[in-house]
Design a protein around this ligand. Structure first.
Ligand SMILES: [Zn+2]
Length: 244
């Protein structure tokens, strides 16, 4: 078993879960009998990494939910390349959901509930899907303490929505209790919510979080150059532009 943050490490994680008898389900599906896993991806910075992980899951017959941001500081969700990434993820049978940046309130006359409804509607209309599930980006205390009750959606941080479901996350490449491979292998939890950030899994296992963040920024930047070269006549000849 290869317990590293890499594509092969991720394949081994999924195989461990499948071998232990876990079924992968969407958040809005009823729990099947036996062991099940809600596989969640918060896409903070790189839709290309998300698409790679989606392909790996498809090869293994695993389905998951991709939570995308409308306000990512790094990517434009509706840019050509990223739009196609989302379409490919959906084609592979995965589900689309909203990753909402709770810390940003552009208009104090609008409630958090209303802002989430607006973003979910825009996202759903763009990709012709109904958005039923929300995850919060860097949730603050009122989300974590469950003081905010979101209506009309499943909230991945809501204690009632997630009742009886064990939560494990690869946040910052640190497993809080035990590595996910060991959790699945032990098969001690019947229902698991596993949060995987694809950006941590597309290196070769030797990179730290800072290196992988730089990679995500550069990959997005290079895709921007690809597009402007193809579509913007005034950009001129193909060249490498450095951001260092
Ligand atoms: Zn996030």
């Amino acid at each position: 078993m290869e317990k590293v943050f890499s594509v092969s490490g991720y394949q081994s994680l999924l195989k461990t879960a499948l071998d232990a008898g876990y079924t992968f389900v969407f958040f809005n599906e009823p729990a099947p009998p036996g062991k099940s896993c809600l596989l969640r991806h918060d896409i903070d910075n790189d839709l290309d990494a998300a698409m790679k992980i989606a392909e790996v899951e498809f090869q293994l017959g695993v389905k998951s939910t991709f939570f995308v941001m409308l306000r990512s500081p790094v990517y434009n969700l509706f840019g050509r390349h990223n739009h196609r990434c989302v379409e490919r993820i959906l084609e592979l049978g995965h589900q689309l959901a909203l990753h909402y940046d709770e810390a940003f309130y552009p208009d104090i006359d609008r409630s958090l509930q209303e802002m989430i409804e607006v973003e979910a509607e825009i996202l759903g209309k763009m990709f012709s899907r109904e958005i039923k599930v929300i995850s919060f980006h860097q949730p603050g205390p009122r989300i974590l303490k469950n003081e905010f009750k979101l209506k009309g959606f499943i909230n991945t941080y809501d204690k009632d929505d997630m009742k009886g479901i064990f939560y494990i996350s690869d946040s910052n490449m640190v497993w809080k209790h035990l590595p996910a491979w060991d959790l699945f292998k032990s098969a001690t939890e019947n229902r698991i919510q596993l949060l995987i950030h694809p950006m941590w899994w597309v290196g070769d296992g030797s990179q730290n979080t800072e290196v992988l963040w730089d990679k995500a920024l550069l990959d997005n930047f290079n895709r921007t150059i690809d597009q402007v070269f193809e579509t913007e006549g005034a950009f001129g000849h193909r060249r490498t532009v450095s951001i260092r």
